[in-house]
Design a protein around this ligand. Structure first.
Ligand code: NAD
Ligand SMILES: O=C(O)C(=O)C[C@@H](O)[C@H](O)[C@H](O)COP(=O)(O)O
Ligand code: ZN
Length: 363
């Protein structure tokens, strides 16, 4: 694999600064430049699973003269709570964190969502840098400035648009990722393939088993292509006024499943079921051809992602979907495909069509 560093630009829009997503290895040397000369303090927010990484980063920054603190948070979705955000605010307050100081979020998407949210809210917004360590966080969560936490009522219901100053995707981090988490990230990569870049689908279909590990031949290309899809979308619609909604493909049902599972399912697994549902919905609404709809099942299954969820849970899922951020009043809205790489919005589908689509997913 090439040791070159790829730099992907995100445009600064709507009053925000441009920034870069770097993909490569041994990128931590880039951190000081991103932190900048004005910062005196740096807070490294990391999950329990990465305590050694978090502490090494803290020690390195302290060696460079910063007052560096490490803030350890729970793993995975347990970090995306108001209580954990309050714990982080307390730690920042206790070390006298000011508007020129910088937060570094190191971890998976749950950690970068939390760290970004803490950065967005502390003193009404401080600089932050994302160091994603899962494939999902590299290709999606750490890019684009959506930050947030969950509530009992739903996924990501509290949050802010607050782009990072930079994103460092060190591919070496993926070597320690459990296969279950690696595969979960493939769901967002496959999403990018269906909504915008079908070459992604071809690369995975060429050898689905190889795609399940970071040692696969196309790992860097899959990650970079997915980041480019996201970069293109968020560069033109940071605050989801329109086009950005396509990144929500599979998420309407996916988020409802996550809530129903009390956030114990991995996000990517729930989104995989959600994309299967969206494909069936597109097909039944007369938008999507059979071959592309069937391709969802085959590719998701080939890498080991789930297609199905409990049929008896439909009433609860329908209720949860009503608070999806794409809903307007009582109108449910879904991203579906008019064809491969042709995402569009389906507004207020007939409840019978929704149920029929779930009939293909529920078991
Ligand atoms: N903001 C966005 O635009 C956006 C986009 C997509 C997903 N998300 C969010 O991202 C979250 C999912 O992120 P995820 O799939 O990365 O899961 P995650 O953050 O829950 O991480 C999965 C597990 O892996 C551990 N981990 C992280 N890096 C590791 C490494 N290198 N080695 C070993 N263990 C490691 C974590 O501590 C955790 O236990 C969800 O909350 C989802 O809503 C946000
Ligand atoms: O960046 C976006 O926009 C997305 O929708 C990307 C999704 O993969 C991601 O899970 C996001 O957090 C969902 O956003 P939400 O607004 O539906 O909570
Ligand atoms: Zn997602």
């Amino acid at each position: 694999m090439s040791e070159a560093v790829t730099r992907i630009q995100i445009a600064g829009t709507e009053g925000t600064d441009p920034y870069e997503v770097l993909v490569g290895r041994q990128l931590l040397g880039e951190l000081a430049g991103l932190i900048g000369a004005k910062a005196k303090r740096v807070a490294v927010i990391h999950p329990e699973a990465l305590d050694e990484t978090g502490e090494a980063l803290r020690a390195d920054l302290a060696g460079q003269g910063y007052e560096a603190v490490a803030i350890q948070v729970p793993n995975a979705e347990e970090a995306k709570t108001a209580e954990v955000a309050a714990y982080c605010w307390k730690a920042l307050g206790q070390c006298g964190f000011t508007r020129t100081d910088v937060i570094v979020g190191v971890g998976g998407g749950a950690t970068t969502d939390l760290a970004g949210f803490v950065a967005a809210t502390w003193l009404r917004g401080v600089r932050w840098i994302a160091v994603p360590t899962t494939v999902l966080a590299m290709v999606d969560a750490a890019v684009g400035g959506k930050t947030g936490i969950n509530t009992a009522e739903g996924k990501n219901l509290v949050g802010a648009f607050h782009p990072p100053a930079g994103v460092l995707c060190d591919l070496a981090a993926l070597d320690s990722l459990p296969v279950h988490d690696y595969v979960s990230g493939l769901a967002e990569i496959i999403k990018a393939g269906f909504i915008a870049d079908p070459v992604i689908l071809d690369l995975i279909e060429a050898d689905p088993q190889a795609a399940r590990t970071p040692a696969g031949p196309h790992t860097a290309e899959l990650i970079e292509r997915s980041i480019r899809v996201k970069a293109d979308v968020v560069s033109s619609d940071l605050r989801e006024s329109g086009r950005r909604e396509i990144l929500n493909y599979g998420h309407t049902l996916g988020h409802a499943i996550e809530k129903n599972e009390r956030y114990k399912w991995r996000h990517g697994a729930a989104v995989a079921v959600g994309m299967h549902f969206a494909a069936e919905l597109g097909r039944l609404a007369g938008r999507l051809d059979d071959a592309t709809a069937d391709r969802h099942r085959s590719i998701l299954e080939s890498v080991g992602l789930p297609l199905h969820y409990r049929y008896d849970q439909w009433p609860k899922l329908l209720e949860a979907m009503k608070v999806d951020k794409k809903s307007r009043g009582d109108l449910l809205r879904f991203i579906v495909l008019d064809g491969l790489a042709k995402p569009t919005v389906l507004e207020g589908p007939d409840p019978a069509v929704l149920l029929a689509a779930y009939g293909e997913v529920g078991q």
